[in-house]
Design a protein. Sequence first.
Length: 266
Amino acid sequence: MVTERISSTANPRVKAFARLKKARERAATGLFLIEGLREVERALAAGVEVETVLACPEFLDDPLPQLAESIELVELTTAPMAKLSVRQNPAGLVAVARQFDMRLDRLVLGTNPLVLIAERVEKPGNLGAMMRTADAVGADAVVIADSATDVFNPNVVRASQGALFLVPLAAAASSACIAWARAESLQVVGGYPDALSEIWDVDLTGPTAVLVGAEDTGISAAWDGAATRIQIPMAGASDSLNASVSAAVMMYEAVRQRRRFTPSDR
């Protein structure tokens, strides 16, 4: 049931929600925005604590998702919805949710895990795309090392298409991530342009963490000695791939190897 209708962009609540597009406000309130029907539905299904849903009937083509009685439903006209949106064409549905726990020690891995570790990735689009890939390959977790991008940035949520809520997620310093990977007996393989071993020459069929570094500087020295250095061969003039593409190539190579080789073949 709609509890309030808002038509003005000057409304104090609209202003407060719009400020959640800024990292400082998200950090201060512990809240973040989820835009889009698919994204909101996935957040609700994952048990994310949604406090308010804001809907604009003029922008919505589909019925609203089923909401618990504890979730406030507010109706907006087009102008205030556009103020909240980070999209060129507003989706017509925005949820205000509470940020969730991202401690490493809450992750529970499977018997032969595949994990993606993203170190100091700066671009929200790249980080969100990596989450989509992790979901697509059935990864056990995504771990963000020395985060350079707020995971709850609306553009991360958008680029992930809700995968942010589908794959177990953690964030910590690189030193803590290295200690965790060792404790979990994970082989860490990192992409380095000057590595001697090519990706398909390294066994990725066992417990593995794929490591991708920052877009401009790559993997930091913190991982020296902790990661097996591998490269994605480059036949053309380019010497590197987009960070999210590199992550996808390496993750899917691990999937390919795991489908091709049975444990007795190793």
